[in-house]
Design a binder for this molecule. Structure first.
Ligand code: HEM
Length: 173
């Protein structure tokens, strides 16, 4: 996984819970000395998952709660400063979500060894979108948290439901 995800996770934890919680989680994950990480660095997926699970233990929260906190921060804070162009001219959560497949291809095309998630779209009815998640990483809970973060950004009351391991249903108002 690209370093940018871990950098954002650390920033969120430090801001909301304090640096000591981050350090405790790294120790719990078996990382004695924190390496320097760049947005384009490659971090072993298993290491990222270990950090995430350790954070849940240290903070006493579930993976769903951690995913929601990360998703809210990534969309509403971190990418607002790192990738503002993707939000330009977009007015609704629906428009933004429909761009996510191409956004993941374009943000990672100049990063070596990136392996971005891909998304396919299917409509239930005009208010119901099914997003199919295509990734080997099995991070559907993170995807749900990110989609809820998009609802918050556009101040829309989205109903977001996980349908198994590779689909999310989104009902727009
Ligand atoms: C401007 C907004 C966004 C940008 C720039 C962005 C970019 C990225 C990047 C660079 C990665 C790492 C890919 C890699 O390591 O190969 C990533 C991972 C991920 N993104 Fe986004 N993302 C954005 C919003 C979203 C949203 C709204 C969703 C929900 C549909 C989403 C779903 C995911 C998931 C689930 C992962 C984890 C990797 C995986 O499951 O394979 N992202 N994103």
């Amino acid at each position: 996984m690209k370093g940018v995800i871990v950098i954002c996770l650390k920033e969120m934890v430090v801001e909301k819970f304090g640096i000591d919680k981050w350090k405790d989680a790294l120790v719990k994950a078996g990382i004695d000395k924190e390496p320097s990480i760049w947005p384009v660095s490659n971090i072993d997926d298993q290491v990222v998952l270990r950090i995430l699970n350790s954070l849940c233990e240290v903070l006493g929260i579930s993976l769903t709660q951690a995913a929601d906190a990360f998703g809210e921060y990534w969309v509403n804070v971190y990418t607002q400063k790192m990738y503002p162009t993707y939000y330009k001219y977009i007015k609704t959560a629906k428009e933004f979500l429909l761009k996510m497949d191409t956004v993941h291809v374009s943000t990672t095309e100049n990063m070596t060894d990136a392996n971005p998630p891909r998304f396919e779209y299917e409509w239930g009815d005009e208010k119901t979108l099914i997003m199919k998640y295509k990734s080997q990483r099995g991070l559907i809970d993170i995807m749900v948290g990110l989609i809820k973060g998009v609802g918050k950004l556009y101040k829309e009351d989205l109903r977001v439901t996980k349908l198994g391991d590779d689909k999310v249903k989104i009902v727009f108002q």
